[in-house]
Design a protein around this ligand. Sequence first.
Ligand code: FAD
Length: 487
Amino acid sequence: YNSGSGSVMWFRKGLRIHDNPALEYAVKDSNRVYPVFVIDPHYMEPDHNAFSPGSARAGVNRIRFLLESLSDLDSSLRKMGSKLLVMKGEPSEVLIHCLKMWGINKLCFEYDTDPYYQALDNKVKKYASTAGIEVFSPVSHTLFEPAEIIEKNGGRPPTTYQAFLKLAGKPSWASSPLTIKLSSLPPVGNVEENEISTVPTLEELGYVNVGQDDMSPFRGGETEALKRMKESLHNKEWVASFEKPKGDPSAFLKPATTVLSPYLKFGCLSSRYFYQCIQDVYNNVKKHTSPPVSLAGQLLWREFFYTAAFGTPNFDQMKDNRICKQLRKWGWMHHLARHCVACFLTRGDLFVHWEKGRDVFERLLIDSDWAINNGNWLWLSCSSFFYQYNRIYSPVSFGKKYDPEGKFIRHFLPVLKDMPKEFIYEPWTAPLSIQKGAKCIIGKDYPKPVVSHDSASKDCKRKLAEAYALNQKLNGAVTEDDLKSLR
Ligand code: FAD
């Protein structure tokens, strides 16, 4: 029973075969490899009390994306003589149980900087060390090692993108080729069949009556990720001239950007491989855009937020977060549709705490990513990184600029589909006869405005100016009279 050297490859993110150093190491010199994925019921099983279908922590679209990614991984593993062992329970307990049961010598998993995984991994590593099991946990989710960048910066994460770029330089792995394809895997050893399952369906997890109409059009998995990346990079001119924020944020049938974020989030696509392929395009064109606006520059934004998040205790909250300026008290407080929503909720109009918006994004986005989501909410609310609180998106003119016909709104809010374009961004200004003609009576079929943008945004700016000045005062640069003149 289970003789010879055995290793566990613990999949969490990094749901891929290409550029997967943990998997490569698990395969090396092992005659049994157990590829494991643990379903944490809290993350995966339906929460019937939630405000929209999904679990307590993730919307149903992201859960489906994850299941599709697992099925794709399982089918790739099967082609290589192995399979994915799906287990259920609290992940560290399940893992430790597996290590005990299967006579394991080596445990391999991708390093994860998220606090949830740091805590989980510490428990598992502690057991492995007492049991004399070798642990290999390489950094391969990001281009750089956040800890190294922080160390280079004297122990603190850089708080500006330019400072990050200077510290980061070129990734060290970029000089040698990445392992893109493992051809085969050793067989899985004996396992207790009753503890193992195959990848469940949504229904098997308890999701019933999930409407197909509201489902995200993006399919999960490495196969889809690589296909999507190739399609995105096929047009070299497009890649070379990519410039964000230029591009139409209201385009949804053919989005203006790659939509690779959910694949990068779950590691169906290696960010390193993506980066390398972008560099290959750059090497074959005469000129190309540069960070922060270029496509490679977008990936570096990801790195920037991962580094800031890893080096900042309490990064996901206002309190006890040393890089976060308090909205009301201190002051300052900036991708386009997300920008617009985040700005509107926080410092632009409603003056609602960014953590509330973050929570909604965290649950509903399929690319929901701890470092990036928190980092961007901190940015947009002017709580950290960005302080130009005077730059506020207008919910009316922003839409008109990119999408004068209102195609985006008509698609996602069918109640407004027959509203004439003159009124599509301000339907409450349409005469009643027009509202009737469009079968959309404001106050009945569609809500009245929750706020008047002009006055609310002025109010927000004033509050932020006060907070900004108070901060200056605390630093000794502004007098009480200056403060009064702001009121
Ligand atoms: P592309 O423009 O094609 O860029 C390629 C890749 O670069 C992306 O897939 C992504 O991995 C990375 N990237 C691009 N923009 C950013 C950015 N501003 N910060 C960090 N990485 C970036 N992105 C997430 O992946 N997960 C989140 O949870 C998330 N939450 C956000 C919350 C708010 C309030 C805002 C304003 C932005 C958020 N973003 C988040 C960043 C950004 O909006 C998305 O990464 C981007 O829209 C994904 O689309 P794409 O793959 O087509 O991007």
